[in-house]
Unconditional design. Sequence first.
Length: 144
Amino acid sequence: MNPKAFIDQLDDAVILKAIAEAEARSSGEIRVYVSRHVAQDVLAEAAEAFARLGMAKTALRNGVLLYFVPRSRQFAVIGDEAIHARCGQEFWSDVSATISKRFKVGGFTDGVLAGITKVGDSLAKHFTRAGDDRNELPDRIERD
């Protein structure tokens, strides 16, 4: 993952549209975070961002964070306790492999979109959207 290429090539509008579409099919919440720092421990930093963004405060504990650190050429995909309990570690590994495959050929937006789609499909399967569902977290790409 070339850091500059990653940041320059991300198509925010397309990514935000994919998040909105995925969330429209479930009660889950998906966030994307791009860190401009070097990660020492990408999973720990993703967990900190997850907490800082209030993702553990969703009613059904079904938030998912796609956390990218281009300068370290790393990323992490983490989900809250309810979605993790239903999907397990194998699912997160599969999402990561899907993203990695696209990143290796320079498809940075495609990789993010593929991750969002896979997560959205799982959320739709396990957390169907209720009539009174509301968007609990803002749909935006977070950056530091």
